[in-house]
Design a protein around this ligand. Structure first.
Ligand code: NDP
Ligand code: RET
Length: 319
């Protein structure tokens, strides 16, 4: 008898959550205030990280900015301070667990408890598997995936103690479906998606309803990180690379609306669902038609040129 009651309740909850999601899609959800909250952003010297810092500052959040690039991080801090919030910067190597734990300890001692954690820093090797040095492959996994464990272990305990906080994972569309020549990146972002979802379940199972989680899965963003990556020309005009500011603003809407997951643009839900529903070969031919199968080849060429020129990525002066 209790099974039938539970089943009916579950079906009611399923219907209710679908209706809520549909309503959310068409109406503007209520956005929470984060005025005065302490927000930590990793990769804050980078293009998207800088936009996040400025968007959070506009909402009145005080900032802790982490990056390995001290100069770029300071530039972000200067821009954010002009918006009237307190900003502290920390130089940290996210590929090193000890560096994360030591810097987290400093943040706790010097500033206090972080209530919003935005795991944004990310890297990509930009080479074919067999041509890529092991260290570069390993770095992608360490920065994009392992760092999520150490960051969360460092800052979640204080959130739990107050039953208040928000953990944001900047993953990727390539954490939901894959393409060729980005094995390190896809493995790390699939890892990030799995990490994020399991953590969200863990918090729910423990009734920590005050701690929110948001997973952000963007398509190509025009930041330079994936410079050259392109799909079939005719389709590219239908799905152009995202503007970094637009990506940050869409992500903010999801974060402040306490949305669990967002694909940017929304059309990225289609290849995500198709990957699960269609046979493998059906996905292969669709990708081939859309130029998704070889989209990384010009990007790899680009990355090779940059390596030959002695630097791995273009500058961060886009903001
Ligand atoms: N660009 C795109 O097309 C997309 C990006 N994303 C994701 O968005 C996030 C932001 O990307 P984007 O702004 O484009 O990238 P950027 O390269 O502009 O920014 C990344 C920042 O992280 C820093 N960083 C790299 N490695 C470390 C490390 N070991 N320790 C500390 N900081 C580090 C970089 O420093 P440095 O400059 O010195 O390397 C840089 O400042 C990433 O997670 C990325 O995977 C998701 C979808 C698409
Ligand atoms: C594979 C594939 C596509 C191309 C996806 C691309 C090019 C994604 C790039 C994402 C990046 C660079 C993310 C970075 O984090 C389409 C045409 C959308 C749909 C068919 C399958």
């Amino acid at each position: 008898m209790s099974l039938i009651v539970d089943l009916l309740l579950m079906l009611f909850d399923v219907t209710y959550s679908i209706l809520c999601a549909v309503v959310r899609t068409f109406l503007h959800p209520r956005l929470k205030s984060i005025d005065g909250e302490l927000c930590l952003i990793t990769g804050a010297g980078g293009v998207l990280g800088r936009h996040f810092a400025l968007e959070f500052a506009k909402e009145g959040a005080h900032l802790i900015l982490w990056d390995c690039n001290t100069a770029a991080n300071e530039q972000t801090a200067q821009l954010a301070r002009k918006l009237g919030v307190e900003v502290r910067t920390y130089t940290v190597d996210l590929s090193k667990r000890q560096s994360i734990y030591e810097t987290a300890e400093r943040v706790r001692a010097e500033v206090g408890d972080v209530s919003i954690l935005v795991n944004n820093a990310g890297v990509v090797a930009g080479q074919r598997l067999l041509e890529c040095p092991d260290e570069l492959l390993e770095r992608t996994l360490l920065v994009n995936c392992h760092a999520l464990f150490w960051m969360t272990k460092a800052f979640l305990p204080q959130m739990k103690a107050r039953n208040h906080g928000h953990i944001v994972t900047i993953a990727s569309a390539l954490g939901l479906f894959t393409t060729a020549c980005v094995v390190d990146y896809c493995a790390s972002k699939f890892g990030a998606v799995g990490f994020h979802e399991s953590l969200a379940h863990e918090l729910r199972a423990e009734n920590h309803y005050g701690i929110k989680t948001t997973l952000v899965c963007p398509y190509i963003i025009d930041t330079g990180m994936f410079a050259g990556c392109e799909i079939r020309k005719e389709i590219q005009s239908l799905i152009p690379p995202l503007e970094p500011l637009y990506t940050a603003q869409q992500s903010m809407k999801a974060i402040l609306g306490e949305q669990e997951m967002v694909c940017i643009p929304r059309i990225m839900y289609i290849p995500f669902i198709a990957r699960a529903l269609l046979p493998w070969e059906a996905n292969v031919v669709t990708y081939r038609f859309m130029g998704g199968d070889k989209c990384m080849l010009p990007f790899i060429k680009n990355a090779e040129m940059k390596t030959l020129n002695g630097h791995m990525k273009s500058s961060n002066d886009a903001v």
